[in-house]
Design a protein. Structure first.
Length: 436
């Protein structure tokens, strides 16, 4: 027998200064990468993100730009065109300074990375002299990261020394913060498998930098897989669980944020349809990571890869055509989430217990649309089932739309109702309810 999950006037702590920005919408923290410096590449990708309603992108910066030689020093001006194009399309970039032992020289110490951070922040931080000269006053690059997946052996066959890694990130943070202490610096994303095994020495190396406020957010890459990183019945592979585990094991304070700039459900040994079903769960797993007090702390969430065609990237490609962009089933899930939630703000989320997130967005006139997202999967909610009772319906709401990964399932009349029980719901998937 299925149990009934009752949601009556869900109330959770709202945002505090330590949590993600209270006015941030879902659309502002969804994005994609990588965006290169070729105009033909970034123009197309920015158009795709803008049409989706996704507001962020990742721009990788290689060593030939961030430190081509000791004589020339960093050359941030080589990013001018792509940064201006991002602004025109309403996309906020994060910069990832890439470093791999397979291709690059010595990592260098704190002084080297301090110069890099200072040079790029001076040019691209909100309010910078150069951005003001371009007529841009209150926009810029707020997030700087370095050294993607340091344990990826294919690109780091010579292991990076954890102490040098920490020194480089400290230098980068000191350089960026010398321009503006409110700017954010992160380690590049960490691979999931070493984290599962508790064998990532880089986490402990940079824990003091989190605890002193030099680093802002823990970044984890999550590539779900039906065998190796399963979702069904396995909440211990969720990003929330991993975030909690990483902080606890390394002694990282609770006031840090979270991000993922690479996640997807791998198309392997399953159909695209099944991958799409589970991808919806993955998206809200990424968007709704919270701190110990239940405050949302996700800075940004970027599926890998919005721009890859499925015929060229069989596991992760989210489109069948990139010009114009035509989505796969997983791509349509992302498209649906952006359409329903891009202007919505998270009011509360409870990933560790009920698995329910509540969002609100502006409706017609002065009305407010309310959205509930339910991770209706074993071990993702404490009361999985085929019925959901939703309370605290908006006074002026007339319809309740019910969505699964395949789109709109049904529309229910809720005029003059304060609550409703929705029956015959599918299990082992994520559902979205929109009161309009």
């Amino acid at each position: 027998m299925f149990r009934v999950l009752s949601v009556i006037a869900l109330c959770f702590p709202l945002f505090s200064p330590a949590s993600a920005r209270a006015e941030t919408t879902v659309g502002q923290i969804i994005g994609g990468g990588n965006v290169t410096l070729r105009e033909s590449d970034y123009s197309r990708k920015f158009e795709i993100l803008e049409k989706l309603g996704a507001g962020m992108c990742r721009i990788p910066v290689n060593e030939s730009i961030y430190d081509p030689s000791k004589e020339k020093g960093p050359q941030p001006e080589r990013l001018d065109a792509v940064i201006l194009a991002a602004h025109r399309h309403g996309i906020e970039p994060i910069l990832l300074f890439e470093y791999y032992t397979r291709w690059n020289g010595p990592l260098g110490g704190s002084d080297r990375w301090q110069a890099i951070g200072r040079a790029f922040a001076e040019r691209f931080a909100p309010g910078s002299e150069w951005l003001r000269s371009q007529g841009i006053a209150r926009w810029g690059v707020q997030t700087y990261s370095a050294i993607n997946e340091p344990m990826w052996r294919a690109n780091n066959p010579t292991p990076i020394d954890p102490k040098q890694y920490a020194a480089a990130l400290k230098g980068l943070a000191d350089g960026v913060h010398s321009v503006d202490p409110s700017l954010r610096v992160n380690p590049g994303g960490w691979q999931e498998c070493p984290l599962f095994a508790g064998k990532n020495p880089f986490v402990a190396a940079v824990a003091p930098l989190f605890n002193t406020g030099k680093l802002d957010a823990v970044g984890i890459h999550r590539y779900w897989d039906v065998d190796y990183v399963p979702m069904t019945g396995r909440y211990d592979f969720s990003l929330q669980y991993q975030f909690d585990k990483v902080k606890r094991a390394a002694g990282i304070n609770d006031d840090v944020h979270f991000y993922t700039d690479e996640f997807n459900f791998k198309l392997r040994e399953i159909s695209e349809e099944d991958a799409a079903r589970d991808f919806l769960t993955a998206i809200f797993d990424a968007l709704t990571v919270v701190d110990r007090e239940g405050r949302p702390v996700t800075r940004f969430a970027m599926p890998w890869n919005i721009f890859h065609r499925a015929d060229r990237d069989e596991h992760y490609g989210l489109c069948t055509s990139d010009d114009p962009w035509q989505p796969t089933a997983r791509g349509r899930v992302l498209q649906m989430v952006c359409r329903l939630c891009r202007d919505a703000r998270i009011v509360s989320c409870d990933p560790r217990s009920t698995g329910i997130t509540v969002l609100e967005r502006a409706g017609a006139g002065d009305q407010i649309d309310r959205i509930w997202v339910w991770q209706n999967r074993r071990n993702w909610t404490d009361r999985p089932g085929s019925e959901l009772t939703i309370g605290d319906l908006p006074d002026d709401a007339r319809q309740l739309q019910v969505y699964d990964y395949d789109g709109l399932r049904q529309t229910l009349d809720i005029a003059d109702k304060t609550s409703i029980t929705v029956k015959d719901l599918p299990t082992e998937q994520t559902l979205i309810f929109v009161a309009k």
